[in-house]
Design a protein around this ligand. Structure first.
Ligand SMILES: [Mg+2]
Length: 197
């Protein structure tokens, strides 16, 4: 049985499509997901990094983010894997300011799945940030699932327990190939990968 770390955005919940709709309606833009080629929102939105973070908070606290859909098959597959005895932790880059609302959304869509939710407060306006690798190390994570390769690189370098870094999905910001990680094209594929580890 494995200890498995799971990212939230674009792994459990589909953030970018809804956030782009919100941005296009509220700011008159015509952005598409391909504009987020490196997941740095401020580059697609213009303005400063701080303004982009504040904008992102505005979105998360808006009614729009109530519509974030779980990624296809995430709920079913996680329940099956959990029933099979694996232990799951959320390891997200989300910021301290939005963790209360984040916890509510996770509880609503993924009740009883996660032992604990850890946020590293990356790209924050306040407070201390830590790395996902530190959390993986602390929890002795065997499998880490993230759509952002840069977090996986850190974990590969610093987490001896990590057997299988999984790059999740095929998004404009993660088209790179790397032999040190396994690509899961979706949750059903991920279920097969975990069965083979
Ligand atoms: Mg993500």
């Amino acid at each position: 049985m494995f200890t498995i770390g799971v990212d939230i955005d674009e792994v459990l919940l589909s953030l970018v499509p809804e956030m782009l709709k919100w941005h296009n309606v509220n700011f008159g833009t015509q952005l598409v997901a391909e504009d987020f080629s490196n997941y740095c929102f401020w580059e697609a939105w213009g303005g400063t990094r701080e303004e982009a973070i504040q904008k992102y908070f505005d979105f998360v606290f808006s009614d729009w983010s109530e519509n974030l859909e779980p990624i296809s098959y995430s709920q079913e597959v996680l329940q099956r894997l959990k029933d099979g005895g694996h232990e799951f932790f959320i390891i997200t880059s989300r910021q301290n300011e939005i963790m209360e609302v984040t916890r509510k959304r996770i509880a609503r869509h993924f009740p009883g799945i996660f032992t604990e939710i850890y946020n590293i407060n990356h790209y924050s306006l306040t407070g201390h940030s830590r790395s996902k690798a530190d959390v993986c190390l602390e929890l002795n994570i065997d499998i880490m699932i993230d759509d952002n390769a840069s977090y996986l690189y850190e974990c590969i370098d610093k987490t001896p327990s990590l057997q299988t870094p999984v790059l999740f999905g095929f998004y404009p910001w993660n088209t790179n190939k790397d032999s040190r990680m396994v690509r899961a094209f979706g949750w059903l594929h991920l279920e097969q990968i975990i069965a083979r580890v």
